[in-house]
Ligand binder design. Structure first.
Ligand code: AMP
Length: 271
């Protein structure tokens, strides 16, 4: 495995990868969710590339950029064990006063975008930069960040980028909690509270299996399970992120965001 820390080192290492490259961009503090993306990248391509970069432009003022977990040594070991061929860990990939990619108005203003102003501009900008540097044939993203996955897919289509976006299932702890680097912020008791997110989605799924299709009824049931957490949103949308009043199998995503103490968590379920 080559560990490239500068763009020059990356370019040199990339030239040696002659074949198809699968790429998983991450912010590090790697967990089994990240590793599932890496495994797929490895399996479906000649080479697997991973980036670890806590991207400053996707964090808002007062968010957790400074304290975001950084675990460089452990991450390098995990990537090596997973058979990663190229690991890109730059200090920065920005220079001053650069153009940025703007998320489409709807994507930037709903759900995560409504709460985290400019978040998706930062995400799309860094992903565009990383795609141009790594030049992958396929890029792997988790359904856990459903709105991000949707916007990246849109960006790739809009800019005619020749990269296949592969969506990967959410990896969960045995209790149901979706793995996230931010789970490290949770105390023991908060971790128990955090289980309410996945429990509420499992409850929704149960109701849908019993033929409940009214979005409003599902939202109410989810809100009940989430109590007493502070809810940022519960949304039921189609694959284009348009709110829908009735659930249609194969076309629906249920998204939730809630705060457990000071930690903001998101989760979702694709119906
Ligand atoms: P992050 O390091 O949080 O920016 O995530 C990097 C990539 O890993 C993104 O595509 C995420 O959607 C994906 N990811 C994060 N958590 C999970 C999870 N629990 N299961 C599957 N993919 C995940």
């Amino acid at each position: 495995m080559v560990v490239a820390r500068t763009i020059e080192e990356l370019n040199e290492a990339r030239r040696d990868l002659r074949g198809e490259v699968g790429f998983a961009p991450t912010m590090g503090a790697l967990h089994a969710g990240h590793l599932s993306l890496i495994e797929r990248a490895k399996k479906e391509n000649d080479f697997a590339a991973v980036s670890i970069y806590v991207n400053p432009t996707q964090f808002g003022a007062g968010e957790d950029f400074e304290r975001y977990p950084r675990k460089e040594e452990a991450d390098i070991a995990l990537c090596r064990a997973a058979g990663v061929d190229l690991l890109f860990m730059p200090k920065t990939i920005y220079s001053e006063d650069e153009p940025i990619v703007r998320a489409p108005l709807i994507g930037a203003s709903i759900l995560e975008g409504a709460i985290r102003a400019n978040h998706f501009d930062g995400v799309l900008t860094v992903v565009m930069k990383l795609f141009n540097l790594i030049k992958p044939q396929r890029a792997y993203f988790g359904k856990k960040d459903a709105q991000q996955l949707w916007l990246i897919t849109k960006m790739v289509r809009s800019f005619f980028m020749d990269i296949a976006i592969v969506s990967c299932e959410t990896t969960r702890e045995s209790g149901g909690l979706a793995l996230s680097s931010r789970n490290a912020y949770l105390s023991g008791n908060e971790k128990k509270e955090a289980l309410k997110l996945s429990e509420s989605l499992f409850e929704a799924s149960k109701l849908i299996k019993r033929s409940e299709i009214r979005s409003l009824a599902i939202v109410q049931a989810i809100a009940e399970v989430l109590k007493p957490l502070a809810i940022d949103y519960i949304a039921i949308v189609d694959r284009d992120f348009k709110p829908i009043e009735t659930i249609k199998k194969g076309e629906t995503i249920i998204l939730i965001a809630a705060r457990v103490g000071a930690t903001r968590l998101i989760d979702n379920m694709w119906i």
